[in-house]
Design a protein around this ligand. Sequence first.
Ligand code: KIV
Length: 286
Amino acid sequence: MSKVTAPAIKARKVRTGSDPLVMLTAYDAPSARMVDEAGADLILVGDSLAMVVLGYEDTLQVTVQDMAHHVAAVARAKPRPLIVGDLPWMSYHVSIEDTVRNAADLVRAGAQAVKLEGGRKRVPMVEAIVDAEVPVMGHVGLTPQSVHAMGGFKVQGRETSAALALVDDAKSLEAAGAFAIVLEGVPDEVAHMVTDAVSVPTIGIGAGPWCDGQVLVYHDVLGIEDRITPKFVRRYASVKDTSVRALSSFAADVRAGRFPAHDESYHLSAEQSEALSLYGSAPVAV
Ligand code: KIV
């Protein structure tokens, strides 16, 4: 199957008969290979990296260098899905020149598109990146990089004016050249309105079923991260439990002398073992 491209994603609107898009996050080569084998359309190297991999409390702590490091690891797996690199906080807020250079850093690391958070006020940045020939994915609604401005991780667009502002944000991103838009943490009716209002696909997370696709974080889907389970997450496995069980079995086997077994060790031939036993305590091979 051929590599997924940004123009191909842009054409995937459910109302014109396309299947919903599947996007999953991945942060390294093995997770990229698994997401690829699972048949996803897009891999997002999200700044959720900060929380699910690097142990920070929010996404504000990662830098362009951190993101590029993980984008490169994903790209080395040469996955079929489109690789979208997340522009971290402060990488597209200072100047247009900085923004384009930071997007270029992610592309040089292996991203085939970049994502940034915010609506109308990000239009100049989106236009500049698109002008540099890099596909841009928008992200509106609950934008985690605005956690302090929003007063926490709160569902957005509940009031009429906020819902209409979201529609306006999405339309302005589309007009600026975004090829797809993530809708995060908004009521499903509002996500429906936004999806109807734009001709590029919307990809929802905590935004109900009316979007043109869905995205979840790898660690949430697999149950690797089990400390917080947001309402919108569906766990398809309990990898943390399975892993802790396996690691505990290893520890118990080591402590009980059950690991390594004879077949898990390298051995000398009987003659060499015999010869060596003359010099010390090497046991005679059996
Ligand atoms: O960083 C991320 O993983 C994201 C998704 C949750 C959309 O932005």
